[in-house]
Design a protein around this ligand. Sequence first.
Ligand code: MG
Length: 171
Amino acid sequence: MDQKVYDLINDQINKELYSAYLYLSFADYYADEGLDGYANFYEIQAQEERDHALIFRKYLLENDCVPKLKAIDAPDKTFNDFLAPLEAALEHEKYVTSLINDIYAAAVSVNDYRAMQFLKWFIDEQMEEEDTARDMITKMQLFGDDKRSLFELNQQLAGRVYSVPTPLQGE
Ligand code: MG
């Protein structure tokens, strides 16, 4: 594997684990505020991010490369209202999209068609992640000021369940 492609994929393991850590901190905030549904949503989001890290790890191992695990940064955000974590989530997902695009660009530059094919799942996933993040912002903006509506939004998110992402199924 090309060194730059390797380095970026290896870094992405770290970035995805950081995402898991970041979303766990969002879950902590909402749990502390009594919004258990939002906390549940971000706990599951954290599990998904850990899975993303495992997918990149698996790709390296299956291509005869050994991951080099690095230290994970601590999330440092504090929030003043229920909307703030949702906005931070969208900003973060846009950043992750840019990282995936950078890996893809590196793969293109060395004609690494296998990596391009592998990254396709993440390109689609990022569109979904951004769409979901935007939807949660919109709903909070529309209904968040009304306590009954907020209660219902929270109830909906309490119903989110974890499922194993396709690239890890059968592991
Ligand atoms: Mg991710």
